[in-house]
Write a protein that binds this ligand. Structure first.
Ligand SMILES: [Zn+2]
Length: 246
């Protein structure tokens, strides 16, 4: 089995019509890992996987569009499936927010704090975290499948100033946020445009670029065009419920 990424939601910052916020299913190394669980992504996840088959959840940061469906997953595991012990990794402040909303996570969810530079093994996958340049503590992650030697990386949310190169070389697929178009760059937010994502991924030497977290009002085709020009090769724009095999 090699490494694959299925998009559960890719709408940037708020959901669009029929468009969930950030969530991705990574399958490889004998495990199913969910990366981010924004609003609507838990619904889409169930098209691809029984919820009881999740081995771990990895959350990038505390902005609600990246994690709040964890509360629904906790309810499904606790009262529906009557399971416990699901490992969840993320910056510590998410655990506190989730407990404020839903009560104690344990024993259903087993929380693991992760921070910049940490490495974690989940089944045959090795994860390495890098703090990005965003409004709150935000962790990009690189996932290496030991058996196939394949690797993917996820930028989470970031402004210009962070790069995939902080996760090392040899990234086969880079899933990169591109919230804006070039015309928005003057706003100076801690997000990337498709152009900025393309320039950064090109200089980091990634093999393949998949843009995500698009602002819902924009035509995805515009991201593809601006991103491809900057990357110097065709890029893809994430499509919900689409699977990308490495
Ligand atoms: Zn954010």
């Amino acid at each position: 089995m090699s490494l694959s990424l299925t998009v559960l939601g890719c709408s940037g910052s708020y959901p669009g019509p029929d468009a969930a916020c950030s969530g991705y299913l990574v399958q490889g190394g004998g495990v199913n890992v969910v990366l981010d669980l924004g609003p609507g992504s838990l619904a889409n996840l169930q098209r691809h996987l029984d919820l009881g088959a999740i081995d771990a959840v990895v959350l990038s940061h505390r902005h609600p569009d990246h994690w709040t469906d964890l509360t629904g997953l906790e309810v499904a595991w606790r009262y529906g499936l009557e399971l416990e012990g699901l490992a969840v990794y993320g910056p510590s402040e998410i655990a506190g927010l989730s407990e404020m909303l839903s009560g104690p996570l344990a024993p259903t969810l087993v929380w693991h704090d992760v921070a910049d530079g940490d490495e974690v093994e989940i089944g045959g996958l090795r994860l390495r975290f890098s703090r990005t340049l965003h409004y709150v503590e935000t962790l990009a992650v690189r996932i290496d499948d030991a058996e196939s030697g394949l690797s993917l990386a996820y930028s989470a949310d970031t402004g210009p100033g962070w790069s995939f190169d902080s996760l090392g070389s040899g990234i086969d697929l880079a899933l990169c946020e591109a919230t804006h178009l070039a015309a928005d760059e003057a706003r100076g937010t801690l997000h990337l445009s498709a152009r900025q994502a393309g320039v950064m991924a090109r200089s980091a030497g990634v093999s393949r670029l998949l843009l995500t977290h698009q602002w819902p009002e924009y035509d995805p085709e515009l991201f593809r065009v601006e991103g491809s020009e900057a990357f110097g090769a065709p890029v893809d724009v994430a499509v919900t419920n689409e699977r990308y095999d490495l």
